[in-house]
Design a protein around this ligand. Structure first.
Ligand SMILES: *[C@@H]1O[C@H](CO)[C@@H](O)[C@H](O)[C@H]1NC(C)=O
Ligand SMILES: *[C@@H]1O[C@H](CO)[C@@H](O)[C@H](O)[C@H]1NC(C)=O
Length: 392
């Protein structure tokens, strides 16, 4: 069946009501969480430290389960776990033809005919169908949605709300005037996300690392990870201060102190069955656009003063956007440094720590090469120290 929205306009009113119900429910849960945290504290009587209790991984050395964390960390952890809550397919084995098909799905802009102004919130309804053209009845699909105006080099992301019934709403704050186009992409169908979730839980070592051990003329390389299958003797490099776990298999001839480096090992292969691999086909169900069943573009008029509620609401939704190829933050005051001299002046006499993964390394390399171009590297940023620590 072709994907369209004719009969579904009225549904959206009901759906909006449902969203509000879900939101209220979530707020209640957060409150509950707080109460529970206090409960744990008073029961264990451990003051501000308590143990994490995760899924027991009997087959793995995986020591973060015994890590002691503070009350604040516990609270943050609960909040993060709650944010990660994901409801997917009703059971494990869904046939490929019953999984989400981007080509059979569509979206519609709900308020496209209204007069839209900068500051307004625009709602888009996405309807998912399977490869046989039947509507999906459950949620969990991973969608990304954006509004953009290529001629203005402007773009912003939308907030996706899963109604758990095959419908998704995407909310966009309109942030610049002009012709604005909506794009929705299916990154992974919920059936694919379910496979990834099981991999994460059952195979925590599927990305592995290695270390070289050397002493005199003897060199040995072993596998290393945050979790290692229990099959060989270990070297335990768990950080005593932070409790961050790290293990390598013990080299046969050398000792644990002979470890001299750390490198990427690779990925375990052939972890998917044939049926599971069908959920990961490029061009079919990985990062595939979902098309509009009507217009995908609206005209946004310049900002006009409205009542405060609307403005406050729209501010809440936006973390920022691109305009003329420049990031405009929606959250905080930001100064712009467009040339190396300005950057150098700002960084004078400061110590900057950059922590993160390989993306922060790229930012670090970008920054140092951008500021050093017209200068000699040594007198580049006087009295400034840039440190970068990254994981992978
Ligand atoms: C690794 O070392 C940490 C810190 O000493 C310890 O708590 C943990 O039990 C050790 N893990 C294993 C598997 O030996
Ligand atoms: C909107 O925000 C302003 C300034 O932050 C605040 O004074 C006002 O009370 C807010 N209005 C509502 C309805 O929340």
């Amino acid at each position: 069946m072709r994907c369209s929205f004719f009969k579904f306009q009225i549904c959206s009113v009901i759906i909006t009501a449902l969203v509000i119900l879900v939101l209220v429910n979530n707020l209640n849960q957060v409150e509950h969480l707080d109460q529970r945290t206090d409960l744990i504290l008073s029961q264990t009587g451990q003051g501000d430290k308590f143990e994490q209790s995760h899924l027991s991984t009997k087959k793995y050395y995986c020591d973060y389960q015994q890590q002691l964390i503070s009350r604040a960390e516990h609270k943050e952890q609960q909040y993060l776990l709650q944010s990660l809550q994901w409801i997917g397919p009703p059971h494990k084995k869904i046939h490929f033809l019953k999984s989400t098909a981007a080509a059979q799905s569509c979206f519609v802009i709900l308020n496209s005919r209204n007069n839209l102004n900068v500051g307004d919130v625009m709602e888009v309804l996405v309807r998912m169908q399977d490869f046989e053209g039947n509507p999906k009845r459950y949620g969990g699909d991973y969608l990304q949605a954006k509004i953009h105006s290529p001629s203005l080099k402007a773009g912003a992301v939308g907030k996706v709300v899963d109604h758990q019934n095959g419908f998704y709403s995407v909310f966009f704050t309109l942030l610049w005037p002009g012709s604005v186009t909506v794009s929705v992409v299916l990154v992974h169908p919920s059936e694919g996300v379910q496979v990834l979730q099981h991999l994460r839980e059952d195979k925590p070592d599927r990305v592995y690392f290695k270390s070289l051990f050397r002493s005199g003329t003897i060199s040995e390389t072993t596998i290393c990870n945050v979790c290692l299958p229990k099959k060989l003797p270990l070297c335990n490099y768990t950080d005593l201060l932070t409790g961050e776990p790290w293990f390598c298999y013990k080299p046969e001839r050398l000792s644990c102190v002979n470890r001299i480096n750390h490198a990427k090992g690779g990925y375990l292969k052939n972890l998917l069955t044939f049926e599971e691999s069908l959920f990961f086909q490029s061009g079919v169900n990985i990062k595939v656009p979902i098309l509009a069943s009507g217009p995908d573009t609206v005209i946004v008029h310049p900002w006009i003063m409205k009542d405060k509620d609307v403005v406050n609401g729209s501010k809440l939704l936006s973390c920022g956007h691109y305009y003329q190829d420049t990031w405009i933050s929606g959250k905080s005051y930001k100064r712009q440094f467009n040339n190396p001299t300005d950057i150098t002046n700002c960084l004078q006499g400061k110590v900057v720590h950059l922590f993160g993964d390989s993306t922060i390394r790229q930012w670090f390399e970008y920054l140092t090469s951008f500021v050093s171009e017209p200068y000699n590297q040594s007198k580049l940023i006087p009295r400034t120290r840039l440190h970068c620590l990254f994981s992978t």
